[in-house]
Design a protein around this ligand. Structure first.
Ligand code: ADP
Ligand code: MG
Length: 394
């Protein structure tokens, strides 16, 4: 479905639910990170792109003087009502409404006047699949509220307001990547984001013969040992041994010289982060120059490092990458790596657009043969960030 079709579909659902047409329709995309994994909390670079999967919210004012917001999503439990005469508070952890309500709270905290409205949410971003349906929901909500209240936020401010909603309302201490790309994505561009300075640079990916193939392993290994927190702590430890505030300023040489002062596992974690921070701007340059062999090497190097040094891959992600690599440039695969936090979720491959069907079929069949699990695949060109759609004329 194109974005406009999705908008129309959501407007129809809105009209069925609330018996009138919507006045506003806001949309925000999910994302995939092309390279730069586990670098965000080390003040490094990431290189995400917005995908052609969106969360769309259609809304219309409630009756005159009404002070309640009604939010409905067929993908969430029940209708959520926000009473604007009462202080807005988070619902218990895990409630889907925390994402949009956290954004509403962010707008109210800016002192805007907000009347009651009815909203219907529809999404083609898979939930919990590592493609950031959560940021898409937050940013779509913020885009809607900009239209309703007339308060137009600066893009950085808007992304940070959404991140705060995820921290304070959803209880997820996420980085800034997902909200930044969902706000600032641009058609035919990746976004190079410096997580330290928050500076962004749009990186053109103009070669129309290339696309990103996203392969969801459809596994999510439950981890009980606080693996994410452990890795963050190991990175901090490495930085401390190097007398740095983060691994952003570390070099491979510095790390080698200090090898004797740290446990091997800490050394390997830092080696991943330092290498990945270096690879990410190189990959951006390679995309800009349509230098596909270099991009491919960087993507495979990223995967190897995540698997061996950072130890956040899993057999299913490794299987996808091995299959993709075996198809190789002759079969239209430029590079492939796991993407997202790891231990399951998605892999991403840069591919020749004209070979997508053959590549998808082969990855799907070999992956299923090896793992007995059906993967989900879809292709995307770099999409635009959040936008308002025009409701159809009455
Ligand atoms: P991801 O962002 O990778 O998809 P998260 O766990 O961060 O995974 O966010 C998924 C959660 O976000 C869902 O469990 C749900 O609570 C909420 N969510 C996202 N999109 C929607 C939607 N369209 N409708 C209802 N809830 C949604
Ligand atoms: Mg998320």
């Amino acid at each position: 479905m194109t974005l406009n079709e999705l908008g129309r579909h959501t407007a129809e659902q809105f009209a069925k639910t609330y018996k009138r047409p919507p006045q506003w329709i806001a949309a925000a995309p999910g994302r995939v990170n092309v390279i730069g994994e586990h670098t965000d909390y080390n003040d490094g670079f990431v290189l995400p792109m917005a995908i052609e999967r969106y969360t769309v919210i259609a809304a219309a004012p409630a009756k005159r003087g009404a002070t309640k917001i009604q939010l409905r999503s067929p993908l969430g439990d029940g209708t959520v009502t926000v009473d604007l005469t009462q202080p807005v508070k988070p619902a218990p952890k895990g409630a889907w409404s925390n994402y949009p309500v956290g954004v509403i709270a962010g707008f109210l905290a800016r002192g805007v006047k907000l009347g009651g409205f009815d909203a219907l949410i529809h999404s083609t971003v898979p939930l919990g699949g590592g493609l950031s349906s959560s940021a898409a929901l937050e940013v779509a909500t913020a885009t809607l509220l900009e239209a309703i209240t007339g308060l137009k936020l600066d893009p950085v401010d808007k992304a940070l307001l959404c991140q705060k909603a995820e921290h304070d309302y959803a209880g997820m201490p996420c980085g800034i990547m997902d909200q930044f790309i969902s706000v600032m994505g641009k058609k035919d561009h990746l976004l190079l984001l410096d997580c330290r300075s928050r500076k962004t640079e749009l990186v053109p990916m103009t070669d129309p013969t290339k696309a990103l193939l996203i392969i969801n392993t459809n596994v999510k290994h439950e981890l009980t040992g606080g693996e994410y927190a452990k890795r963050r702590a190991q990175c901090e430890q490495a930085a401390k041994i190097l007398s740095l505030s983060s691994l952003r300023d570390a070099t491979a040489d510095m790390l080698l010289r200090a090898r004797g002062k740290m446990e091997d596992v800490v050394f390997r974690r830092a080696r991943h982060v330092i290498g990945e921070i270096e690879r990410t701007p190189h990959a951006a340059e390679a995309v800009r120059a349509s230098n596909w062999p270099t991009l491919g090497q960087l993507m495979y190097a990223s995967h190897d490092s995540l698997r061996d040094d950072y130890e956040v891959s899993c057999p299913e992600l490794d299987a996808v990458v091995e299959i993709a690599q075996a198809i190789g440039p002759k079969g239209g695969v430029i590079g492939c790596r796991m993407t997202g936090g790891g231990f399951g979720g998605c892999a991403v491959a840069m591919v020749n657009a004209d070979a997508v069907t053959a590549i998808s079929d082969r990855i799907a069949s070999e992956y299923e043969r090896r793992t007995k699990i059906k993967p989900t695949l879809f292709v995307s060109r770099p999409a635009a960030g959040a936008t308002l759609l025009k409701p159809a004329a009455k």
